[in-house]
Design a protein around this ligand. Structure first.
Ligand SMILES: [Zn+2]
Length: 531
């Protein structure tokens, strides 16, 4: 028997755009759509033309992608004809390969939300599908509230699905709109629907309100559905949509699925998954979820010493798939629970060649343990760890010396009588025997210090011009008797490479300064700068 095809439908730009705090610009949408296209996603739903200017503009021109670029919209309004519905006209004029209609499939929703009759709703589905087909579009119908509707009135829910299918919709998508359906229910209901509509015309659209959107999507595939709708990183309103970043590797790497099904995502495209997940977070200015399955920083991280030494012998001992297959990597965490083997593994990973019996290894281990007791967290700050290791092993040049810095925060009335807080920093740096003084202004003391520090580093300036801070996190810890502040700074360079540094002190400016310094020195080491 031949392998069956599963189609992936991404709705990051439509349903994902409903997420609290997410607001895509037109250029964001184009970038995300092209990234999804590059990943091999079959359908990319760009938005709802006519609903807002961004989406209207997105569909105003042909975006030239391989994917089936899809516009979302409503079926014709009750009581109108398809030729007399401006919303439908806009949708049908959109430069899209496919149209995805949302239609009610629950008698309760038809009565209460749509305020029309069951028969008129069916007619609206039929007419809208035909109108889009006549325009030469591929048609999908999202059957909203399908599972809840089916539980209350299976005949009517099926009648809606069948109206879409019989009128020529390529896909009838069963939606768990409120997200409350459980995997065994999804499997049972989808299986029942396959008696009426062939599985290779059925899709699943799951929401994550019981944290089972991924499980529900896979349950639907087991029952016969052959299209999965979801979003990157599972973004979406409330608790989110089914997370394609988890679904794709599961379909590709888990035998139950990979033996039976093909998806359009190649092995090479799969390797770009972690970067794609990361890129979306960056664009939304969100800190990535370290514990995200497959792609998170911690997804292949091991802490306990005994696990780490086994992993070095054979990674399969504690890994369910190879991290490289999704573009992630193995991390062996340096921590007070680990020992020598962790440390050696981590040094090997960052490419530092050391003799296992080097006496300095024991010193480095001591140093790491002491610092972690003070509040440093090296597992979240690999760049600071690498610098510490290089320093103990004598491999960091003395690039420059900050002789003095001064930070000043002032609150006053500005020229238009508004109360403002301004921070200023002055930094005195010695580079090559020469003293350089720079001043910087910022919206806060750390920002001002950062600006001043990076303004003039003499001959090193060219290495740090492309450096920017992308995240700044502060935690107050109780280490011993007094509270200390831990600062984690994430930086990025002109090539998009990022790294994290840490600083710890009772004083937040000191802690930030350490992390800033580590970030700059790390960049100089990376760039191969010499003293
Ligand atoms: Zn949805």
């Amino acid at each position: 028997m031949g392998r069956e095809r599963i189609y992936l439908f991404d709705t990051t730009l439509r349903d994902g755009a409903q997420t609290n705090g997410v607001d895509f610009t037109l250029s964001d949408k184009v970038v995300v759509a092209k990234m999804l296209d590059g990943l091999g996603i079959d359908y990319v739903e760009g938005g709802y033309p006519g609903a807002n200017p961004t989406d209207t503009e997105l569909f105003a021109e042909d975006r030239g992608m391989h994917t089936t670029f899809t516009a979302f919209g409503m079926t014709r309004r009750p009581g109108r004809s398809t030729s007399n519905d401006p919303g439908l006209a806009t949708l049908l004029d959109a430069k899209a390969d496919a149209v995805c209609f949302v239609a009610k499939s629950s008698d309760y929703q038809v009565r209460v939300a749509l305020e029309t009759t069951e028969e008129e709703n069916l007619a609206s589905i039929r007419d809208s599908v035909k109108a889009a087909k006549d325009k030469g579009r591929e048609v999908l119908v999202d059957c909203e509230h399908f599972f809840d509707g089916y539980k209350a009135n299976p005949e009517y829910a099926l009648a809606c699905a069948k109206a879409a299918y019989d009128s020529g919709a390529r896909w009838v998508v069963l939606c768990d709109t409120n997200g409350g359906t459980l995997p065994h229910e999804v499997e049972e209901i989808v299986r029942a629907v396959t008696n009426v509509i062939p599985g290779d015309h059925l899709g699943i659209h799951a929401h994550n309100d019981t944290e089972q959107a991924v499980a529900n999507s896979l349950a639907a595939v087991r029952a016969g559905a052959r299209q999965i709708q979801g979003t990157l990183n599972g973004i979406g309103e409330r608790c989110g949509n089914a997370n394609l970043v988890s679904i794709i590797p599961t379909l590709k790497l888990k035998k139950e699925f990979s033996d039976r099904f093909d998806i359009h995502v190649s092995d090479d495209q799969l390797k770009a998954l972690a970067a794609a997940s990361r890129k979306l977070d960056d664009m939304l200015n969100r800190a990535p979820n370290r514990h995200a399955p497959y792609v998170g920083d911690s997804a292949f991280a091991t802490k306990a010493g005994i696990h780490a030494s086994a992993i070095m012998k054979d990674p399969a001992t504690y890994e369910h798939v190879a991290p490289e297959s999704v573009g992630n990597r193995r991390r062996v965490l340096v921590s007070d629970q680990g020992g020598r083997s962790n440390l050696l593994a981590e040094l090997e990973r960052i490419g530092m060649v050391v003799d296992r019996n080097d006496a300095r290894i024991a010193r480095l281990l001591e140093e790491v343990k002491e610092r972690e007791a003070l509040g440093y967290a090296y597992e979240g700050a690999d760049a600071s760890f690498e610098l510490l290791a290089r320093r103990v092993l004598g491999k960091v040049p003395d690039y420059f010396d900050v002789e003095q810095f001064d930070v000043n925060v002032e609150q006053r009335y500005n020229a238009i009588g508004k109360r403002v807080t301004v921070a200023m920093a002055v930094v005195k740096v010695k580079v090559d025997g020469e003293t350089l003084i720079s001043a910087g202004e910022g919206n806060g003391p750390v920002n001002a210090l950062d600006v001043a520090l990076r303004k003039d580093l003499g001959k090193y300036q060219k290495y740090i011009d492309g450096l920017k801070l992308t995240d700044y996190r502060v935690r107050i810890l109780n280490a011993g008797t007094e509270a200390v502040t831990r600062v984690l700074i994430e930086s990025e360079d002109e090539r998009g490479e990022s790294w994290t540094t840490v600083g710890v002190s009772p004083n937040i400016i000191d802690a930030s300064f350490q992390a800033l310094m580590d970030s700059i020195v790390f960049k100089l080491v990376r760039s191969g700068a010499t003293a």
